[in-house]
Design a protein around this ligand. Structure first.
Ligand SMILES: [Zn+2]
Length: 188
């Protein structure tokens, strides 16, 4: 009897492993492009980064980094170098975005949040987003966001929205004082 019971148990664990393996493959290979409902394919040239793909602020071969406004890029690079000396790895999850990519992200957010009003709290339209002008970066991981929220002002970098701990802009001069973050992108 014990031997008979082992067979289904083994089968079950094999099935479970197979399920895990399938999930892992999907998680490791996010699409390198974003296709809009209209069939437009957006990729790295639009500043699109797949989920989980982060860039170094020095990775200037990538449009998401290279097309940032020069002063912002300099500030983020200097801050990242200082953070690295303290063991903190500052990574960019999103930087410059083409207007087409911003529109696609906005359209997705409207579907996700159910209305334009609610979506605007998290993603702005291409006309309003500072990512399109190259004046905003989204940072990861958490300890890098935390470091920048404490020391970013040494480089002029400020967290501008209370509901987006990852989003930084060049708002003040180096060593200046950051204004209080707005509640969200619709405030102010
Ligand atoms: Zn952002």
């Amino acid at each position: 009897m014990p031997i008979r019971r082992r067979t289904p148990a083994l089968l079950l664990s094999c099935l479970a492993l197979a399920a895990c393996a399938t999930t892992a493959v999907v998680a490791q290979e996010p699409s390198p492009t974003l296709t809009t409902p209209d069939g437009v394919v957006l990729g790295p040239d639009d500043g699109f980064l797949p989920d989980g793909e982060h860039l170094s602020p020095h990775d200037t071969g990538q449009p998401a980094v290279a097309n940032l406004e020069r002063a912002l890029l300099d500030a983020v690079q200097d801050a990242a170098d200082a953070a690295a000396a303290e063991g903190i790895d500052v990574q960019i999850t999103s930087g410059w975005r083409s207007a087409a990519l911003q529109q696609a992200l906005f359209d997705q957010a409207v579907v996700e949040h159910g209305s334009v009003e609610e979506a605007q709290r998290f993603v702005l339209s291409p006309e309003l987003s500072q990512h399109v002008t190259g004046r905003a970066v989204d940072i990861a991981p958490y300890d890098a966001m935390d470091w920048l929220s404490r020391f970013g002002d040494d480089y002029g970098l400020c967290r501008t929205y209370a509901n987006e701990a990852w989003h930084f802009e060049l708002v003040t001069s180096r060593g200046g004082e950051c204004p209080e973050p707005l509640a969200d992108a619709t405030a102010g």
